[in-house]
Design a protein around this ligand. Structure first.
Ligand code: ATP
Ligand code: MG
Length: 355
């Protein structure tokens, strides 16, 4: 996890560009934060220098040495000059800088078509020289697209779903259902760790932890076993919607993917959401498991998701679940269980962790 304490960064915004000024020894922390910042297309670590031809060329030579240290064999120069009082135009600056690097750094060659790296020179209010630009996460800045409540299990899918909605600009909170003492404390802690990772991309997640033991036991003792999972999901949706309305979330978010498991056929998804009014966003609905796993690896949740602790869904899962549930039948069964008071009790006793 990134320690942001004592990291002082000066921040400046100019047309289309942000400048962060930090001590060199803090650049690792700053780059780590930038690599998790949704909404930026890329960044580069830049050297600034005086706007004289000699100092700019000297800086380019230093950049050329860094390229060589990184194992690059070919490069090109790209120059941009917004300050037209600089004595060389962009083309001449490229030629002079290229020559200076070639003459000083052995083993580097120019390739203007497919260079391994590019040394950029920008003559603005100062001169900026950089190479090795990094691609950012892109997407829309978190907070620009409202607030959503993520149903976060301890599995692989839901953290990815949360990340993807954050990358579309959504502010995320999360709700987790556990069935302690049937599920372990470790299972809960695993979800907290997953929420921490998701919050490193969209800070400020509130994780609501609800004990669903009584609800699960009531379903288990009173319903036909083939309906257990669908009825449990309906109860989760109902509880999540109540929580979402309290915190002014505009939608629920799940990690469901069409036909991934029995409870995610289109018929069962219809049953699951049939009692609630808020929209349910399912960013993984059309993704296969391999793509979801590679996304989970990229955002750093996979290794935690695969830790072997039982989730409440696996607890009483039936051997022969209903595959094509009928919403009317599902609702009739659900209503017989009178779960609303138990859901309200779980909500009023919920634990809140701020990340
Ligand atoms: P995941 O989908 O996160 O990998 P999973 O595969 O174990 O977990 P599914 O059975 O696919 O879970 O559940 C579908 C979705 O329902 C999850 O993606 C999640 O949004 C929600 N969900 C399931 N279990 C829980 C839980 N215990 N707490 C909160 N949400 C849950
Ligand atoms: Mg799943």
């Amino acid at each position: 996890m990134i320690s942001r304490a004592n990291t002082k960064v000066k921040f400046r915004l100019t047309a289309g560009r942000y400048y962060l000024e930090a001590q060199d020894e803090q650049s690792e922390i700053v780059e780590n934060i930038l690599s998790r910042l949704i909404g930026i297309s890329g960044w580069a670590k830049t050297t600034t220098c005086e706007k004289t031809v000699d100092t700019v060329l000297a800086c380019c030579i230093e950049e050329g040495k860094k390229l060589k240290e990184r194992g690059m064999k070919t490069f090109k120069i790209e120059a941009r000059r917004t300050d037209k009082s600089f004595p060389l135009n962009s083309y001449d600056l490229c030629c002079n800088a290229g020559e200076a690097v070639l003459n000083t750094v052995n083993g580097l060659k120019v390739d203007i078509h497919v260079p391994q790296d590019v040394i950029h020179i920008e003559i603005r209010e100062k001169a900026y020289i950089y190479s090795g630009g990094k691609k950012g996460l892109g997407g829309l800045p978190v907070g620009s697209a409202g607030r959503g409540l993520l149903l976060l299990s301890g599995g692989i899918d839901s953290p990815v779903a949360g990340f993807l909605m954050a990358a579309r600009g959504m502010n995320i909170d999360a709700v987790h259902f556990h069935a302690y003492p049937y599920t372990s404390n470790e299972a809960k802690q695993k979800t907290v760790r997953l929420a921490e990772i998701v919050s490193s991309y969209c800070p400020g997640i509130r994780l609501f932890i609800l004990n669903f033991t009584q609800i699960q036991v009531r379903i288990k003792e009173n319903a036909d076993s083939q309906w257990l999972t669908v009825l449990l999901r309906m109860a989760m949706m109902e509880a999540a919607e109540k929580a979402a309305l309290k915190i002014k979330s505009k939608c629920l978010i799940t990690g469901e993917s069409l036909s991934q498991v029995a409870s995610q056929t289109i018929e069962n998804l219809t049953c699951t959401q049939s009692r609630i009014k808020l929209p349910v966003l399912r960013p993984l609905i059309g993704m296969n498991k391999e793509s979801i796993i590679s996304e989970a690896r990229r955002i750093g949740t996979y290794e935690i998701s695969i830790l072997p602790f039982f989730d409440c869904c696996t607890l009483f899962s039936p051997n022969h679940p209903v595959l094509y549930g009928d919403p009317e039948q599902a609702n009739a069964l659900y209503e017989k269980l009178t779960l609303a008071p138990l859901i309200d009790e779980a909500l009023s006793n919920c634990e809140i962790i701020r990340l």
